[in-house]
Unconditional design. Structure first.
Length: 277
């Protein structure tokens, strides 16, 4: 009788252990399923950030997805792309069809809510604080006043993003003025591994060469504020020429597409790098 009771107790303990084991396996399965569902959901959100372009060129666009909800930084969540008007004699208004074409590309290929038209603005204009992407171009001299130097420094330190595109003849004066804005932050090469070259479209070798001038290699320079790229300077690339209407220059349509892809990357990076700032 004692042996039979002991045997039954052993059986109960064994069955209990089996139940616990099954519960542990079930719990692990549920946890694994939750992880997989989360990953799938995140991938789906990222995939919506790019609506066009071939699959081989797409990158996981978590920056672009996040940028679409950046209401706290930009005026009512809308991204304004602006052209910088400056003094000094340079043609700040060069490449008139470039920004309209870039705006159209960003609107078509990402989830960003981008204003329909470019804003033309001076650094002393209070609307600067509503600008998500500031573009500077031209062929000649750039000159900022002391007040403009202070304003640009403050805006960049607070999360602004400036893209300067050397349209040929801009290099010397732009470097001089940036040294006034950031005497302690020199322009440095932006490595090809930086997210600005892969946030939407991947550029394995960095910035593409769009328009020939001196036959020199295209280079992307930058000024960093902490880990954030605050200024991107495209040199010997001439992205603005590539953004212009096809046929404006003799550059082939394939280079027009490469320029637009790099421009989309710049805008998406500019917006997403300010999330949480």
């Amino acid at each position: 009788m004692r042996k039979s009771s002991s045997h039954r107790l052993d059986m109960v303990r064994q069955q209990s252990r089996i139940r616990h084991a099954r519960m542990a396996v079930a719990g692990a399965s549920v946890a694994l399923l939750a992880v997989l569902l989360f990953a799938a959901s995140a991938a789906a959100v990222s995939a919506t950030a790019v609506s066009n372009g071939d699959a081989a060129a797409r990158e996981p666009a978590s920056h672009a997805a996040a940028a679409g909800t950046n209401d706290a930084v930009f005026n009512r969540g809308r991204v304004t792309i602006a052209r910088l008007q400056y003094d000094g004699g340079g043609d700040w208004y060069a490449n008139p069809s470039s920004l309209p074409n870039l705006i159209e590309a960003v609107r078509e290929r990402t989830t960003l809510d981008v204003a329909d038209e470019e804003l033309r603005i001076r650094l002393t204009d209070d609307r600067l604080w509503d600008v998500g992407f500031l573009h500077l171009t031209g062929h000649g001299n750039v000159r900022f006043s002391d007040a403009e130097v202070e304003r640009l420094r403050e805006w960049l330190l607070r999360g602004g993003f400036l893209h300067a595109d050397d349209n040929y003849g801009l290099d010397e004066s732009f470097r001089r003025e940036m040294a006034r804005v950031f005497p302690d932050r020199p322009l440095v090469d932006v490595p090809a591994s930086h997210p600005v070259y892969s946030v939407v479209y991947r550029f394995e070798n960095g910035i593409p060469k769009i328009h020939e001038h001196d036959g020199l290699a295209a280079r992307g320079f930058g000024v960093f504020v902490g880990d954030r790229l605050a200024v991107f300077y495209s040199h010997e690339s001439d992205l603005g020429n590539g953004w212009e209407d096809i046929g404006t220059y003799e550059d082939p349509p394939a280079l027009h597409e490469q320029a637009l892809r790099m421009g989309v990357n710049l805008v998406v990076y500019a917006v997403s790098s300010r999330v949480g700032a």
